[in-house]
Design a protein around this ligand. Structure first.
Ligand code: PLP
Length: 393
């Protein structure tokens, strides 16, 4: 008899985006003439930048000729890309060797797969609210999860309390959904906590490209001691519009050793057994981001979204609605006005203003009463949505 992984039965139905889509469909059917503006889903809208497209075309041509065709590549990623990412970090003072960088098809897979190299006896520390993948992937392993609360009192940046106990700590900065970003001093406290408890920090830097304030860390390795206690994940999805192209990377420093075992070696073993590498064409596309022209083009894209974020933030300020995020992140996390609950405010915005956002309650208990807007829409729609908020909310 085959037994299932019964831990899956403990997962809550992930109905957030399907419920949003259902409500939007119903509203559209009722009012077909209404223009509904979507500011909910965290997907980008701008196309790939020219530098990336051109590199991709060239790589496709290479694949079309026997002399330049590539079959299986290294499971860890091609050296050319690992080296360029290493140089990218060096440019802001962080030393990461190419051998510590593992290229993947995106950060979601790596965040999920990293659970493979840790025992299910670990206690997991997860901020609430946060990207739901951390919680669900650990429920799948049947692990104990302890939540640290992100609230208005701590600016949605939970810190370790004196009695906090745990072995694996997920941190997301800039945070999805709140847009809150940890300061250097706050990350120093987390690193100290991890070192004192022989715990590991899993640092999700998917939105690092949105950090404009030079005093805020873009990488956990800007903190002394982090190479001994942290794994970092980064994605090109929001940095360069790769949500559909798929590329990310994970950094596992050589100094990361637990029970005398190198985690770099363990992750390498996991990847080379269960993963056959990211497509050559995609890695060539990713490499194009790190050329001077590629950097310029992707910065312009990020700046476009950040201008949307400023437009949203200015409107909320004008309306006296309190919020965090939007200054060093593409997410704006607002308190639902008049004490409304997340879904109540969702319905109100959809029905009366034709705007779709994401109810905060979908990101954890502490998200109730909050709401996420994203800056990933196009400019025209963002302006129109904010005008509706000014006029009608
Ligand atoms: N981490 C966070 C915090 C995210 O918000 C997302 C995507 O929304 C990801 C990781 C996943 O990124 P990728 O597209 O590389 O799988």
């Amino acid at each position: 008899m085959a037994y299932i992984n019964a831990n899956y039965l403990n997962l809550k139905d992930s109905y957030l985006f399907s419920e949003i889509n259902r409500k939007v469909r119903e509203e559209a059917a009722k009012n077909p003439e209404k223009k509904i503006i979507r500011m909910g889903i965290g997907d980008v809208t701008l196309p790939l930048v020219p530098e990336v497209v051109s590199a991709m075309h060239k790589a496709v041509d290479e694949m079309a000729s026997a002399e330049t065709f590539r079959g299986y590549g290294p499971e860890q990623g091609y050296e050319f890309l690992r080296e360029d990412i290493s140089k990218y970090y060096a440019a802001f003072g962080v030393e990461v060797a190419p051998g510590e960088i593992f290229i993947s098809d995106g950060t979601k897979s790596d965040i999920a797969n990293i659970t493979d190299i840790f025992s299910d006896d670990n206690t997991i520390i997860v901020p609430d609210p946060v990207y739901p993948v951390y919680v669900d992937t650990n429920i799948m392993c049947g692990r104990k999860i302890v939540y640290v609360a992100g609230t208005a009192e701590n600016n949605f940046l939970p810190m370790p309390s004196a009695d906090l106990k745990g072995d694996i700590i997920y941190l997301c900065s800039p945070n999805n959904p709140t847009g809150a970003v940890y300061s250097k001093e706050q990350l120093e406290i987390w690193v100290e906590f991890a070192l004192a408890n022989q715990a590991i920090i899993l640092f999700d830097a998917a939105y690092e490209a949105y950090i404009h304030d030079a005093s805020l860390p873009r990488s956990i390795y800007q903190i002394a001691g982090a190479r001994k206690c942290a794994i970092e994940f980064c994605s090109l999805s929001k940095t360069a519009g790769f949500t559909g192209t798929r590329c990310g990377y994970t950094i596992v420093p050589e100094e990361l050793v637990m029970q005398e075992v190198s985690l770099n070696k363990l992750w390498n073993r996991r990847q080379s057994t269960k993963f056959n590498g990211t497509a050559y064409v995609i890695q060539k596309a990713a490499q194009a981001i790190y050329t001077p022209e590629g950097q310029k083009q992707v910065h312009e894209q990020v700046e476009y979204y950040m201008q949307n974020a400023r437009i949203i933030a200015d409107t909320l300020k004008e309306k006296g609605i309190s919020f965090v995020g939007g200054d060093n992140s593409p997410y704006i996390w607002l308190k639902c006005p008049n004490g409304m609950k997340s879904w109540e405010f969702f319905d109100h915005l959809l029905v009366n203003l034709g705007i779709v956002g994401t109810p905060g309650a979908g990101f954890g208990e502490n998200g109730e009463g909050y709401f996420r807007l994203t800056a990933f829409g196009n400019r025209e729609n963002t302006i129109e949505a904010m005008q509706r908020i000014k006029d009608l909310l």
